[in-house]
Ligand binder design. Structure first.
Ligand code: NDP
Length: 341
């Protein structure tokens, strides 16, 4: 049996204090440190470890290199009756998202549909927190962001698209929203890096080597190769759509443009994010839409072995609220060191 890596047991409050303290010690003001720590703690709480404390070294690298502005004060701008923009001023995404949330929700309620464009941010997190927050207010929500170019176009061998995630949330009055959040690559980049570190193969369809041949060797994908989109050309088209929405549409960077201006500090790219919010109360079935959706969810989950997206996270949430989380000891030591402790 494989040895289990040693861990440190922390409560969620301790995770938050550790993250906020580390960010503050490296140049974040209190509000930015708190907002990023909220996101990191939410990921640990839901056991989405690739977006929890694991991300702190990357955040710190971008603070120390000067790429990210830890004291950014996002500026909200009204662009149209249904469009609000937040200029993130080169900061991390969480505070800019907070600044845009209330105006986006207000516009969705007044117009039925509204968009939030976030510019000049560094997104280093999962997208589910931002869509979930809007669905908890009774709105449907979508979020899209790009990354660095890691993924090929259909039939190509040159990385051009980011791992471009999209997330969707559906409000369920009286219960937690339905949420899915997925990258448009076949496998998350972090999973390929972990496979390389641990010396095991990745599933077929994950990537190609430098010669354009499909491979299950994670090192061949990472060293001169490229990732494949999920579902072949269908996933590639979703990655393409996301590049257009968060690059050309909102006046920010494509993934390859983000790489061109990056300082390679290991932190997040400089780019944008698009969110859409829809108020179901402004469409054709305001009294019944929620119950109608529950009918579908009930049919789906009636089948043995089938669950709704987001259920894993919510189950984890119940456990970690009581038991706290187990943090890899090496990671914990690294974060303590980065915090100057
Ligand atoms: P996964 O493939 O792990 O999961 C994708 C979605 O599918 C989740 O909503 C998950 O729900 C759901 N799901 C998984 N298994 C099932 C199942 N059996 N039945 C129903 N639903 C299921 O995620 P990815 O690897 O694609 O993405 C990982 C994260 O990386 C995302 O949060 C994404 O936002 C983030 N990311 C961020 C980037 C950035 O630049 N900021 C870039 C790329 C990715 P559940 O959570 O409940 O398992």
């Amino acid at each position: 049996m494989a040895a289990t890596a040693p861990t440190v047991s922390l409560s969620l409050d301790e995770v938050h204090a550790l993250a906020a303290g580390c960010l503050a010690a490296n140049g974040c003001d209190a509000e930015n440190a708190r907002a990023v720590a909220d996101t990191i703690t939410a990921a640990e709480r839901d056991i989405c470890l690739s977006h929890g404390l694991f991300r702190l070294p990357g955040y710190v690298a971008s603070l120390r290199s000067g790429k990210a502005n830890g004291r950014a004060q996002p500026v909200v701008e009204d662009l149209a009756p249904g469009v609000v923009r937040v200029d993130g001023k080169g900061g991390f995404a969480p505070l800019a998202l907070e600044a845009g949330r209330a105006p986006l929700a207000a516009k969705a309620r007044s117009q039925g549909v509204a968009a939030l464009a976030l510019n000049d941010i560094h997104h280093f997190a999962a997208l589910w927190p931002e869509v979930e927050a809007l669905a908890e207010q009774g709105l449907c929500a979508f979020a899209f962001t790009a990354a660095f170019p890691y993924v090929v176009a259909a039939g190509g061998r040159t990385p051009i698209y980011g791992t471009n995630p999209m997330a969707f949330a559906w409000p369920r009055p009286g219960r937690a929203p339905l949420v899915f959040d997925q990258a448009s690559s076949a496998l998350a980049r972090g999973e390929i890096m972990i496979a390389a570190r641990e010396g095991h193969a990745v599933p077929p369809g994950t990537g190609i080597d430098a010669e354009g041949r499909e491979t299950t060797d994670p090192n061949a994908i990472l060293d001169g190769g490229a990732q494949l989109p999920f579902g072949g050309y269908k996933g590639a088209s979703i990655a393409l759509m996301i590049e257009l929405l968060v690059g050309a549409l909102i006046g920010d960077r494509f993934s390859f443009e983000a790489l061109a201006v990056d300082n390679h500090d290991g932190g997040p790219p400089k780019g944008g994010e698009l969110m859409l919010a829809i108020d179901p109360a402004r469409f054709g079935d305001p009294e019944n839409f929620a119950a109608h959706a529950e009918l579908l969810f009930g049919r789906i989950t009636a089948e043995e072995g089938v669950r709704l997206p987001g259920d894993r996270r919510r189950r984890n949430r119940e456990v970690t609220a009581v038991d706290g989380v187990q943090v890899d000891s090496a990671l914990h030591a690294k974060v303590v060191e980065l915090a100057g402790g």
